[in-house]
Design a protein around this ligand. Structure first.
Ligand code: HEC
Length: 102
């Protein structure tokens, strides 16, 4: 895989703070299982590692975008934290595929 794209993905994962929710205490990074209390009960973050069996390694880009968008909608409803993340992220992050300049 293109090293520049991998670096760009790592930057976006850091900006989105994905590991914060998708890592349980003392768990493997991005492997999920972190419980989150919501007014509707406890939900658990999912495994978003590239593992093809337990993670999202077999997903297409479209699968991924769909999940991100619908999860953001669900999470935004139930999480003040996520609303903060979205309001900070939305002016600068888009789904437009751009060629990284560095
Ligand atoms: C505020 C906590 C939080 C943050 C931050 C977060 N997620 Fe999530 N994510 C969740 C939860 C909770 C779910 C499960 C939602 C559900 O049950 O529908 C989820 C679901 C997903 C899914 C669907 C996985 C599946 O197997 O269905 C993907 C993909 C995903 N997140 C990727 C990301 C990425 C990439 C980032 C960083 C840009 C990120 N998430 C940041 C909480 C978070």
């Amino acid at each position: 895989m293109d090293a520049t794209l991998v670096a760009r993905g790592a930057d976006l994962a850091a900006i989105g703070n994905c590991a914060a929710c998708h890592t349980r205490e003392d768990g493997k990074p991005f492997a999920g299982g972190r419980p989150m209390k919501t007014p509707f009960g406890t939900i658990y973050s999912t495994n978003i590692t590239p593992d093809t069996e337990t993670g999202i390694g077999k997903w297409s880009s479209d699968d991924f975008l769909r999940a991100i968008r619908t999860s953001i909608v669900k999470a935004a409803i139930s999480s003040r934290l996520f609303r903060t993340i979205i309001s900070r992220a939305s002016p600068t992050t888009t789904s437009k595929r751009s060629t990284p300049s560095s």
